[in-house]
Ligand binder design. Structure first.
Ligand SMILES: [Zn+2]
Length: 401
C-alpha cells in the first residue's frame, strides 16, 4: 500500500502501489512516500495491536500509525476491490538489505519475478529449470557486500551444480525451489490432519484453501493427494480471500449465519469461599474486608471449536461488587487455544480485552447484582448487562486495544 507524503492520503494498493512506488524510486523521489508491504506479518512479529502501534514502512526509516494504515486498506478494499498483495522473497540478508536500500525499483522487479515463478512451480516441473533475471544492481551489490562476483558466490556454494549463470539470468533447478516448500507443506498437512480429528469438525468433507500460500500449486497438489477422500476448493485469488471476507463480514455481518469460535474466551473472577468449594487452596486469600475468597476462577464464555450464531447471547452469570464502596466492576477477558485453560499464564493464553460495568449508585453495597451475558458471533465481543436492582439492560463493548 502506498501513502502520499502527507501521511494520510492513500495513493494506491496492491500491484498499482508497487508500480507507482517503483516509478517514484526510479525518479529518486520515493523517500518522502510511505510504502507498506506485508503489514500482516509485521504485526504478527510485533505480537499484537495497540491503539498507538506504529508500523515501519518499507524503508524502515519512517512509519505511520497502524490505525492509519489499516483504515486506508479497509477503505480501499471496501470501495474498490482489488488485485494483488503480499509478496515474499528470500536471500542473503546483508546483500538483500543493501540492494533494497539503494535499488528499490530493481528489488521490486526481482521480487515480482520470483513471485510469478513461485506460483507456477509444481512438482510436475521437477527436473526442469526456471530462469530469474538478475538485475545489474544486484550483481554489483553482491560484489560490494561480499567481495565476490555472483559466479564465484554460486561456485563456492552447495548449489554450484544446480544453479547456472547465463548473462544476466540465473537458471535454477526447479527441484531446489520445490525443496524449499517441503518443510512448510509437511507442517501444514500434519496440522490439518490433527484438526480433522477433532470432534467439532467430524463429518467435514471439504477443504477450502485460502491465504497467499494456497496459490502455490505445490501446496495444492500435496493437499489434494494427502486428503484424497475430500473435495478441495481453492477460490480465485486465494491470497485475498480472508481479507475480502473480513471486509464483507465487517460491513454486513448478517451475511455470516454462524461461525466456529477460534478461541476459548473467559473472564477472570473471584468469589467468597464456601465449604463446598473445590477451588485450589493456593488461590484462596483473605481480603481487606476479612472475607476468604477464591481467586482466578475461570468463567468460560465460549469454547474453541464451538459454533456461535450471529448475535447469539450466552448463558447469564451474576456478578457483584467485592466491597461496598466499589463504583465499577472490571473484568479482564482472556483467550486461549486450549479448550480447558487452567492458568492465565499458560502458553497460548493472553489477556485480550477489558470490560467495565459502572456502578453509579453504591447504596446497595455488596448486595448489588448484575446479570452478564456475552454475545459472540458479531464483529466484536459485546456483553449484555442487566442491573438486577432496576431491571435496566445495557450493552458494553469489550475494549480490545
Ligand atoms: Zn471457590
Amino acid at each position: 500500500m502506498l501513502i502520499r507524503p502527507d501521511g494520510e492520503t492513500l495513493d494506491a494498493f496492491g500491484y498499482e502501489a508497487e508500480n507507482n512506488y517503483s516509478d517514484l524510486a526510479m525518479e529518486e523521489s520515493h523517500t518522502q512516500w510511505f510504502y507498506f508491504r506485508r503489514f500482516k506479518m509485521k504485526l504478527f512479529r510485533q505480537g499484537g495491536v495497540g491503539r498507538t502501534l506504529m508500523l515501519e514502512d518499507e524503508t524502515g526509516k519512517k512509519g505511520l500509525s497502524a490505525k492509519t494504515v489499516f483504515t486506508g486498506a479497509i477503505k480501499y478494499l471496501k470501495n474498490d476491490l482489488l488485485k494483488e498483495s503480499e509478496k515474499r522473497i528470500s536471500g542473503g540478508p546483508g546483500v538483500i538489505a543493501a540492494f533494497k536500500e539503494n535499488h528499490m525499483e530493481d528489488y521490486i522487479d526481482l521480487f515480482r519475478d520470483f513471485e510469478l515463478n513461485k506460483r507456477d512451480i509444481s512438482t510436475k516441473k521437477s527436473g526442469g529449470k526456471i530462469n530469474l533475471s538478475m538485475p545489474v544492481a544486484l550483481v554489483e551489490t553482491v560484489m560490494e557486500v561480499t567481495g565476490k562476483t555472483i559466479k564465484e558466490t554460486i561456485l563456492g556454494s552447495a548449489y554450484r551444480e544446480r544453479i547456472q549463470l547465463h548473462g544476466n539470468k540465473i537458471r535454477v533447478d526447479v527441484d531446489i525451489v520445490i525443496k524449499l516448500f517441503s518443510e512448510p507443506v509437511t507442517s501444514i498437512l500434519n496440522h490439518v490432519s490433527t484438526l480433522l480429528e477433532e470432534s467439532a469438525v467430524r463429518g467435514c468433507n471439504t477443504i477450502v484453501m485460502v491465504g497467499g500460500f494456497s496459490e502455490s500449486p505445490i501446496l495444492q497438489e500435496r493437499v489434494q493427494k494427502h486428503f484424497s477422500g475430500m473435495s478441495v476448493i481453492v477460490p480465485n485469488e486465494a491470497g485475498l480471500a480472508v481479507l475480502k471476507s473480513a471486509v464483507i463480514f465487517g460491513h454486513s455481518p448478517t451475511n455470516i449465519a454462524q461461525r466456529v469460535c477460534k478461541f476459548t474466551y473467559w473472564y477472570d473472577t473471584t468469589h467468597i469461599y464456601s465449604d463446598t468449594c473445590s477451588h485450589s487452596t493456593g488461590r484462596r486469600e483473605t481480603n481487606e474486608n476479612g472475607d476468604i475468597r477464591c481467586y482466578d476462577i475461570f468463567k468460560i464464555q465460549a469454547k474453541v471449536g464451538e459454533k456461535v450464531k450471529f448475535y447469539e447471547e450466552g448463558p447469564e452469570s451474576i456478578v457483584s461488587p467485592i466491597s461496598a464502596s466499589q463504583n465499577a466492576i472490571g473484568f479482564e477477558i482472556y483467550a486461549s487455544l486450549n479448550p480447558k485453560p487452567s492458568h492465565t499464564t499458560e502458553k497460548g493464553c493472553s489477556e485480550i480485552g477489558y470490560l467495565e460495568i459502572p456502578i453509579n449508585d453504591t447504596s446497595l453495597g455488596k448486595g448489588r447484582k448484575f446479570g452478564v451475558r456475552f454475545i459472540f458471533g458479531g464483529t466484536e465481543i459485546e456483553v449484555k448487562v442487566e442491573d438486577k436492582a432496576d431491571k435496566q439492560v445495557f450493552r458494553k463493548r469489550v475494549d480490545f486495544l
